[in-house]
Every structure is written in structure tokens, then in C-alpha cells.
Write a protein that binds this ligand. Structure first.
Ligand code: PLP
Length: 406
């Protein structure tokens, strides 16, 4: 059943505003999503009712917050179908999750001459931490190519896997082209060679149903703020069998079992990887965001966003001189384009004056943008609260810009 978009929109106070006297058309959801009232209320409620640092307190408020934080962890585990809640590590976001994995996995399982395989469509967050690991250890970063449509070349990826490959790190969904990568197949290929896989789910967790056990991935990273939750909270999922054997990332409170000046022993999962005070307020907000997503259903969300993306492509490609960047076989609700002779930044600025928020530039995927030999793209990215009328406004706005700048 199609979701009731007007009722959904009414839960997002920010969407009702005007920008330059035009109704806000917010199409920058790949960067961050807006927050429903239930999430905003959940955050305020903690500060009004029970704020207190977690885990270490014996008093009532601390117990309430601790229980809500751990309940949020259980909600995340259910949301991605993790085998157990302690496979869910709370971080600040996808970036920190991948840095954690790259550091701790690298320290525990990598040595000089080893290799990490990524793809040509990765976000900087899934390139640079691996590059840093390679620099630290004298390892090699190998990059699986994409074809002209923006689909991953699976055969080429397969050829990169060898006895020195320690891990494959791949985006579930490209934040530039919307390409949905066949991660289950990639995991099967890598596992056949005994290689674990990390999935960057920053752009899929808000939009596609995810089952880490069915995918059988070894690690998965995503950000709360891209899935209707507050900023400052994210997740690294990892299989217990890996996490248990990995060295800690940061040292400090919470991650220890016993500290003496001579020696420290570490806490059990998940706390071993959660040094210091976590953003328990944002984690509680993330729980409400998962409830919000659950109230609609990710299948319905994906179908709605897919309809919007299809309509956007149909209307945009009818504009003279407009070229899509990426025409993948399977696409999530992300559409990138360029217009001959007009800088993406200028298109974004002019759309903004019409109240339309899109993102322009390299989208933190510079190697991919270089691959296409362009300065950047204009990107529209959809969320469940976007409407067909907003797609029409985008297409009309882009057409106006194209005519103005001719
Ligand atoms: N990976 C992908 C595919 C992304 O799109 C993003 C953000 O846009 C990130 C990683 C980084 O996410 P964050 O900035 O929330 O850590």
C-alpha cells in the first residue's frame, strides 16, 4: 500500500516552511534527512525527564537512561536483524564506524603486503580510512572498476581477490549515482575466497530493508542522521566472531575491565569499542526514528522513493543538454545530473532561489567524479516525505535554469 505522504509530512515541522517566499522543496536527503516530531520530542524528553550519564550510575535517572540506551541498541539489532545486540556498536556515524573497523581490523589482522579491495564509487569515508591503514602497514589498496552506466564490474572485482586480500569494503548504495550494489553476491564471492566484507550502508539503511544475517556481511556501517534520527549517532555492526578478536579503537572509560598503571584489560562487547560517554540522547532518538521507519515499512518507503526517482529521471532527461551521471541497472532514490555548459554550483544556487534544496559538487566521492571527467553533479535525493509535486517543481526549476543560462 502507498504511504499517506501528507500525513507523513505533517510529522516533520521543518517541511512546512517557506524559503525566499517559496515552499521548501527539500531534496538533499542523501546528505541528511529531516526529523519527525517524535524524534525531536524523544530528545527533548531525555533532557526534561531523565538526563544522566549512563552505565556508571547507581541512581534512578542513570538507570532510566541506561535502559533506554540499551533498548535503542536492541532496536537497531532488530532493525538490521543482527544475531545479537552486542554486535551493534554505537559510533558518531558511518565515518567513525569505518575508521573504527579499519583501525581495529587492521591492527588485528593486517600486515605488510596485504591488500584491501574497495570500488571506484566509494565515498571518501570508505576510501581514506583504508588508505590510512595501507600507509600505516605498507599495504595496497585495490579498486574495483565500474562500467559506463555506473554499475560495478563484478568480474573485475572477482579478479582482484587473492591470497593477500584481507577485506572488501563496498557501498551498498552509491551516494552519487544511486547504484544499488549486489552486496549479497559480493559477500558470497569474497567469502568463497575466505575474505570478510564491510558494507557502507550510509545510503541504504534509510531506504532499503536490511538483513545482515541474510546478506552475511561481516561489518556494516551507517549513520542515524540520514535515517530521520538526530546527528551524532551511528552504528558499526560486526559479527561477534570478528569483533571479539579485534583490538580496541579508542581507549578511555567504559571500554575497560580493569586498569592499573602496568596493564589494562578490556571490557566485553559492545563496550570494548565504546570508549567515553556515548551520545545516549541521540541513540534514544535513533530508536524513535527506527519506530518511525517501522510505522511505514522500508518496502513501502523504497517503492515510494523509487517512483519519485523514476519520475524525476523521466522529466529531467526531457530537458535539452541535461545528462544523467549514472544509469545503473538498479537504483535507489538518488539522481545526479549535469547540464552542458552550466556549472553544477550555479544550478544549485538558482534552484535554491526557487526554494529547492539540492546538493552540488563532488559529494565526497572525488575519484568517481574524476572518473566521469566532470566538475561535479547536481544531486536530488529523495526521502519518504517527498512528493510527486516536488519532483515537478524540481524539473520545472531545472528547465528554467537551463533556459536562463543558455
Ligand atoms: N558513505 C556514504 C555512501 C555516504 O553517502 C556518506 C555521507 O554522505 C558517508 C559514508 C559518511 O557519512 P557520515 O558523514 O554520516 O559519517
Amino acid at each position: 500500500m502507498s504511504p499517506d505522504i501528507e500525513s507523513i509530512r505533517s510529522q516533520f515541522p521543518i517541511l512546512g516552511q517557506t524559503v525566499y517566499n517559496k515552499p521548501l522543496v527539500y531534496l538533499d536527503n542523501g546528505a541528511t534527512t529531516q526529523k519527525p516530531q517524535s524524534v525531536i520530542d524523544a530528545v527533548a524528553d531525555v533532557y526534561v525527564r531523565c538526563n544522566s550519564n549512563i552505565h556508571r550510575g547507581v541512581h534512578r535517572l542513570s538507570n532510566i537512561c541506561t535502559e533506554a540506551f540499551e533498548e535503542a541498541r536492541r532496536a537497531v539489532a532488530r532493525h538490521i536483524n543482527a544475531a545479537c545486540a552486542h554486535e551493534v556498536i554505537f559510533t558518531r556515524g558511518t565515518t567513525e564506524s569505518i575508521n573504527l573497523a579499519a583501525f581495529s581490523f587492521g591492527e588485528s589482522f593486517c600486515a605488510q603486503g596485504d591488500e584491501i579491495v574497495i570500488t571506484a564509487m566509494e565515498h571518501h569515508s570508505n576510501i581514506v580510512p583504508w588508505q590510512m591503514l595501507c600507509e600505516r602497514k605498507g599495504m595496497k589498496l585495490r579498486v574495483a572498476p565500474i562500467d559506463a552506466n555506473g554499475d560495478l564490474d563484478l568480474e573485475a572485482l572477482g579478479r582482484l581477490l587473492n591470497g593477500r586480500t584481507r577485506l572488501v569494503a563496498v557501498a551498498h548504495v552509491s551516494n552519487v549515482m544511486g547504484t544499488v550494489n549486489p552486496v549479497a553476491r559480493i559477500v558470497a564471492m569474497a567469502h568463497a575466497a575466505g575474505i570478510p566484507v564491510l558494507v557502507d550502508a550510509a545510503q541504504s539503511a534509510p531506504h532499503l530493508p536490511i538483513d545482515v544475517q541474510a546478506l552475511d556481511c561481516d561489518f556494516m556501517a551507517f549513520s542515524g542522521h540520514k535515517m530521520y534520527a538526530p546527528n551524532g549517532i551511528g552504528v558499526l555492526y560486526g559479527k561477534e566472531s570478528w569483533l571479539d578478536r579485534m583490538k580496541p579503537y579508542q581507549g578511555g572509560g567504559e571500554m575497560i575491565e580493569k586498569v592499573t598503571f602496568e596493564r589494562t584489560t578490556y571490557n566485553v562487547l559492545p563496550f570494548k569499542f565504546e570508549a567515553g560517554t556515548p551520545d545516549y540522547v541521540a541513540a534514544i532518538g535513533l530508536h524513535r526514528a527506527i519506530d518511525f521507519i517501522g510505522s511505514i515499512g522500508l518496502d513501502a518507503i523504497a517503492a515510494h522513493e523509487h517512483r519519485l526517482a523514476r519520475a524525476a529521471i523521466e522529466r529531467l532527461t526531457a530537458i535539452d543538454g541535461l545528462r544523467l551521471i549514472g544509469t545503473p541497472a538498479q537504483r535507489a532514490g538518488v539522481v545526479s545530473f549535469v547540464i552542458d555548459g552550466i556549472h553544477p554550483y550555479d544550478i544549485g544556487l538558482l534552484l535554491d532561489k526557487m526554494g529547492i534544496a539540492v546538493r552540488t559538487g563532488h559529494h565526497c566521492a572525488e575519484p568517481l567524479i574524476d572518473h566521469f571527467g566532470i566538475a561535479g553533479t547536481v544531486r536530488a535525493s529523495f526521502a519518504v516525505y517527498n512528493t510527486m509535486a516536488e519532483v515537478d517543481a524540481l524539473a520545472a526549476g531545472v528547465r528554467r535554469v537551463a533556459e536562463m543560462m543558455k
